[in-house]
Design a protein around this ligand. Sequence first.
Ligand code: ATP
Ligand code: MG
Length: 188
Amino acid sequence: MTVDPPTAAPDTGSLSHARSLVLVHTGDGKGKSTAAMGVALRALARGWRVLVVQFVKSGDWRAGEQEMLQRLGADWLAVGDGFSWDSGDLEASAGLAREAWNSAEAALAGGTHDVVVLDEVTYPMTWGWIDTDTVVAAIVGRDDRVSVVATGRDAPSGLVDVAHTVTEMRNVKHAFDAGILAKRGIDY
Ligand code: ATP
Ligand code: MG
């Protein structure tokens, strides 16, 4: 079955501009961080200042996006020390996540960056390592020039409530389930 393509332009007459936006990428499908890095790329193209804070991945993981976005001028902070199941010391991991949050919080309040990506921020929230209400309050109270992209599965409802745009990546299928390892250049 086919349908006719739209012929009328959407009516944008009553729409307004926002100074900044809050985006959340959640769900169990692939693409949450990839899409956040895509936003960072767009922001950099406009000459905007971008900060990426990675709450779970380690600095020495050095995903491809870190390599390229830093080359393009993004500031990067990845004080997480890998996946929690690899960590011998969860208390130390929690401390590192809190350190990352302190830096993110300062950027949100200080307006030092036009876009702040809080990558995998939902996990330390879910695990009780950083307080959800504190994160939500910092986003709501941010310098209003700062746009925020938060990623991670199971986004808390408080975070969803204050976001302008929330996308749930749904896992239809993933190579991993067919026994295929994460692929350099595609997955990281
Ligand atoms: P990506 O970084 O590829 O955009 P993501 O941010 O949506 O993925 P995360 O939960 O942060 O997903 O996991 C990161 C890693 O896990 C990536 O290597 C990704 O391919 C893989 N991954 C994502 N979703 C799934 C899934 N449903 N099953 C197995 N592995 C997944
Ligand atoms: Mg991710």
